[in-house]
Design a protein around this ligand. Structure first.
Ligand code: HEC
Length: 176
């Protein structure tokens, strides 16, 4: 009985402490203050495992080496991704520099993900990070095109990226 009362008291104290923390405003939500190591580890681990758990590794996938698909993906990338994630020879925008977590340079990180995981991330977005869910505004076919381009991205030089840009001048996201 003594132990039970003790356990209930500890739980009640934790709940009260939790509520004080939530309502008092002592937690500084500023995006200029970075998380401590433990929170960072927790958030990154949850994010990584959630993507791996939720991405459907059996979903039908088009041929990602198809050049017309990659070209279509570039047009979307130029319109919707490069501002935040940068590209060969292209700096991240000022908006992206102020985001926390900071959008990673995609050419450096796409190798960490399978195409189906990239599809899932692009379609669903990532909660509380600034990474939008493109599945709300884009069809699966468009998202696969973006994945095809992002897989190609790490191999592209500044000049090759510029060539894509020149070849697709005037083409917009909407026209695809
Ligand atoms: C408004 C800014 C913004 C735009 C626009 C944006 N992203 Fe992101 N993206 C982010 C942020 C911020 C993260 C980092 C999330 C994190 O660290 O948890 C991210 C993460 C990602 C990741 C996971 C990378 C990794 O290894 O952590 C992928 C893949 C990605 N974005 C793809 C895209 C694609 C493709 C587009 C365009 C269709 C796009 N993003 C547009 C902000 C953006």
């Amino acid at each position: 009985m003594k132990y039970l009362v003790g356990a209930v008291a500890v739980i009640a104290l934790l709940i009260v402490g939790y509520l004080i923390f939530i309502y008092s405003g002592i937690y500084n939500i500023s995006a200029m203050i970075h998380h401590d190591k433990l929170t960072n580890w927790m958030m990154n681990t949850v994010r990584e495992n959630s993507i791996k758990h939720n991405a459907d590794e059996d979903i039908k996938m088009p041929d990602l080496t198809d050049t017309s698909l990659i070209r279509m993906g570039f047009v979307h990338f130029r319109e919707m991704c490069v501002g935040c994630h940068g590209g060969p020879g292209i700096e991240q925008s000022e908006i992206a520099k102020g985001l926390y977590p900071n959008p990673p340079i995609l050419s450096k990180v796409t190798k960490d993900w399978t195409p189906r995981q990239l599809f899932w991330i692009t379609k669903n977005g990532l909660k509380m990070t600034g990474m939008p869910a493109f599945g709300i505004t884009h069809t699966d076919d468009m998202i696969w095109a973006i994945v095809a381009f992002t897989k190609k991205l790490p191999t592209l030089t500044k000049e090759q990226y510029q060539n894509f840009d020149d070849e697709t001048k005037g083409e917009s996201d909407e026209a695809e």
